[in-house]
Design a binder for this molecule. Structure first.
Ligand SMILES: Nc1ncnc2c1ncn2[C@@H]1O[C@H](COP(=O)(O)OP(=O)(O)OP(=O)(O)O)[C@@H](O)[C@H]1O
Ligand SMILES: [Mg+2]
Length: 268
């Protein structure tokens, strides 16, 4: 039996009525046997639908792991991860993932045409819908400049495209899929300012009106979130808005002080 059919064995086709996300007492470990290591410790969180939640914290603290559990790439050891009021284990993979678009830290594109890469989340999309998504994601121009436009085959893993271009294609894919929940695991690696600007423009098209979970690194994005969750060593140690969290001593304030120096940014 494949892993997918195994996971789907008890799954149901669930149409959810809302898009709140919730973790209840979630513990999680990677690995088996001697390699096993617990990386999330009793995580509780609530992400109300149609809001923006930013997850911040040091490298290795568990931010991407939290996102992986929402999409059920792994199962919690104990506790419950819930989407729309249902434990993620109740869904089939397809019915859970139909609600979620993920834009990853390391973008993976298929060795296939640009067109098929964009249409992956909505195979029956029309040409006009696909081009519209590419335009919104600031991709159309560079795609038209490729040797065969949308029919150009992308090299394995994205080959000849820049990191920023690959990321924008993955955003075009997510825009076309139009899922209600968007998970953004932003790259820490700095792209050039022009790319940065285009990626931010693409992301703001993608996230309009959605439920957003973002592992953001830019203060400007974090500051605007409805809720910030500060993760440290697999635990949520602070939560609140930017305004609330900079008003108290703690990891978040330290993080902002360091970041604002490096970004030449002042706390308003
Ligand atoms: N597939 C995996 N197998 C085993 N351990 C893993 C795996 N993925 C992550 N880890 C470990 O789990 C911990 C949390 O990792 P995670 O990727 O969630 O951190 P992060 O907060 O997203 O870090 P970063 O800011 O560097 O992306 C780390 O100690 C990491 O080494
Ligand atoms: Mg990460």
């Amino acid at each position: 039996m494949t892993k997918e059919s195994f996971i789907d064995a008890d799954g149901q086709q669930i149409e959810i009525a809302h898009y709140d996300i919730e973790f209840q007492n979630v513990d999680f470990s990677y690995g088996e046997g001697k390699e096993r290591r617990q990386v999330l410790h009793n995580v509780n969180l609530k992400i109300p639908e149609h809001t923006v939640t930013a997850i911040v914290g040091p490298s290795g603290s568990g931010k991407s792991t939290i996102c992986n559990l929402i999409a059920r790439f792994y199962d919690a050891d104990s506790g419950s991860v819930r989407v729309g009021g249902h434990d993620v284990k109740e869904f089939t993979c397809d019915s859970l993932l139909s609600n979620i678009s993920m834009v990853f830290q390391n973008v993976y594109l298929f060795h296939d045409t640009v067109r098929n890469n964009i249409c992956f989340g909505k195979p029956d999309a029309t040409e006009a819908e696909m081009v519209e998504a590419a335009k919104k994601a600031c991709c159309h121009e560079f795609i038209m400049a490729l040797p065969e436009g949308y029919d150009t085959v992308i090299g394995e893993g994205g080959g000849s495209l820049s990191g920023g271009e690959k990321q924008r294609i993955s955003i075009a894919r997510a825009i076309l899929k139009d899922a209600p929940i968007i998970i953004l695991d932003e790259a820490t690696a700095s792209v050039d300012p022009e790319n940065e600007h285009l990626i931010q423009a693409a992301i703001s098209e993608l996230t309009k009106g959605k439920t957003i979970v973002t592992i953001a690194h830019r203060l400007a994005t974090i500051e605007q979130a409805d809720q910030i969750l500060v993760v440290d060593d697999g635990q949520i140690i602070q939560r609140g808005t930017h305004r609330e969290l900079v008003a108290v001593p703690g990891k978040y304030k330290d993080f902002v002080d360091i970041r604002s120096q490096s970004e030449g940014w002042k706390i308003g």
